[in-house]
Design a protein around this ligand. Structure first.
Ligand code: URP
Ligand code: ZN
Ligand code: ZN
Length: 463
């Protein structure tokens, strides 16, 4: 016996229409008008949108960073993600300089296995360009089911790589079917600006943003694009925050280069004035790249509307205010970078994108699910509702309103950067491979039900 989700408006990246969806076993087995009941369980989705479960392609769970470790692990982070409508995350396995990429992946498998409540895949970061590290790339793509590799152009002396390393990674990926992701900020320039600010006694959180100007992001974005062009490699720019950098992505695409851009919901609704919040509250908003101005928010929304940016990820990297963000009370450069955003990603984009009349329903699905599946080798198993696809289904009530609040969110952290925002639209039910895991804001699944998903090689599919 299966489950029929009936009477809802089915939304995919390509279409919107009234239809029933039949889930049998772990997959969608029919999508049609008035599927015969035939003893199947019936879920009434009248008045709701029926969409593919969200795919969040940028999360950091259980990650050591900034002298501490993120507050959410794979259990709490994926539970919060599920409640927000996400059924798959792609987390970053962080490579350490003296170790192998394989070791990074082994470590991340151990962190996720038995804890994740939704499905997960991995990207692997590359911290150095030793020959044996570059030589691992084809092997990881072929045998490990990981096809995306991240390089950081910032975080000097920690994660930052030089252009030579980046170029080698790009060439290896171009040759073997990998997709390079880049954190694009000029880390050397930022290092100078941060040291100057500290020497001048500037301590407050707002100096985090002032020492990481949009030009540093735009310069690195352009450089990454040109390096990728020379290596004949596809490129995915993570967390694009400003018009200058987003323009670089769209310009490169105009020349026909396979360059893709991601932004995050926080860059659409929070801005640099949040760093001026009273007390030390501005620290909660410290992330890299930093929040920008209102004009950049509008530019990013416009880029999403025109599909000049392709995904909205959370870049979830949660730290408690107490004892973690407080590490930088006397020095902004010691505030751990990142914010808790995994739970509210879809609601924020729905409210400020769809309800605001900027983004259509199919674009919402493309940006929160389908495009990530296509770029990271999970499509069409994930990211759509089609016969044979995994039955990862989100029943979304577009009229349900709520106020975002750290006191009742499900992330394991004492702050929420969207605190007090009133949003309309939230999940009524969430299904993971045919099993209901969320009902009316409550997690009903079981621990460890998430399964590692192998990513296929990068292949340019129309977004
Ligand atoms: O501030 C951020 N974004 N923290 C997570 C690490 C990264 O740069 O993505
Ligand atoms: Zn980053
Ligand atoms: Zn990140």
């Amino acid at each position: 016996m299966g489950t029929i989700i009936s009477g809802g408006t089915v939304v995919t990246a390509g279409d919107v229409g009234l239809a029933d969806v039949l889930l049998e076993g772990e997959v969608v087995s029919a999508l049609a008008k008035d599927i015969p009941r035939a003893g199947h369980e019936l879920v009434n989705a009248k008045g709701c949108l029926v969409m593919p479960g969200g795919i969040d392609p940028h999360t950091h769970l259980d990650m050591p960073f900034g002298g501490t470790i993120t507050a959410d692990d794979f259990k709490t982070g994926t539970t919060a993600a599920a409640i927000g409508g996400t059924t798959t995350i792609i987390d970053f396995a962080l490579h350490q300089k003296d170790k192998s990429l394989r070791e990074a992946l082994d470590t991340w498998h151990k962190k996720a296995r038995g804890k994740a409540v939704i499905d997960y895949a991995f990207h692997v970061s590359v911290a150095d360009g030793r020959d044996e590290i570059i030589a691992e790339i084809p092997q990881i793509i072929e045998t490990e089911g990981v096809s995306s590799f991240k390089v950081f152009m910032a975080y000097k002396n920690v994660l930052q790589v030089d252009d030579q390393t980046m170029f080698k990674v790009l060439k290896a990926c171009a040759r073997h079917g990998g997709l390079v992701q880049v954190h694009a900020e000029n880390g050397d320039v930022i290092d100078v600006l941060v040291n100057e600010a500290r020497a001048a006694g500037r301590k407050e959180p707002k100096h985090h943003a002032l020492t990481r100007p949009p030009q540093a992001e735009a310069e690195a974005t352009w450089r990454a694009i040109r390096l990728a062009e020379m290596a004949q490699a596809p490129l995915y720019v993570v967390h694009v925050t400003c018009a200058m950098a987003a323009d670089a992505v769209s310009e490169a695409r105009k020349w026909g280069l396979p360059v893709y851009g991601e932004t995050c919901e926080q860059y659409l609704v929070c801005d640099s004035s949040d760093y001026e919040r009273p007390g030390f509250e501005g620290a909660n908003y410290v992330m890299s790249p930093p929040l920008r101005g209102k004009a950049d928010q509008s530019a990013l929304l416009c880029k999403l509307k025109n599909m000049d940016l392709h995904t909205v990820a959370s870049d979830h990297c949660s730290f408690n205010h107490a004892k973690q963000k407080e590490l930088g009370r006397d020095d902004f450069s010691k505030i751990p970078n990142g914010a808790p955003t995994i739970e509210d990603r879809m609601a924020i984009l729905f409210h400020y994108g769809v309800n605001a009349g900027v983004i259509g329903l199919s674009s919402f699905v493309a940006l929160t699910s389908t495009n990530a599946a296509k770029l990271f080798g999970l499509y069409p198993r994930k990211g759509t509702i089609a016969v044979g696809s995994d039955a990862d289904i989100l029943i979304w009530d577009p009229g349900a309103a709520r106020t975002i609040c750290a006191a009742d969110h499900h992330m394991n952290v004492d702050n929420n950067i969207f605190e007090g925002m009133q949003v309309t639209g939230k999940p009524r039910s969430v299904f993971l491979r045919g099993s209901k895991i969320v009902e009316n804001g409550r997690f009903t699944g079981s621990a460890g039900s998430g399964v590692f998903q192998k990513s296929a090689k990068f292949f340019p599919i129309q977004l």
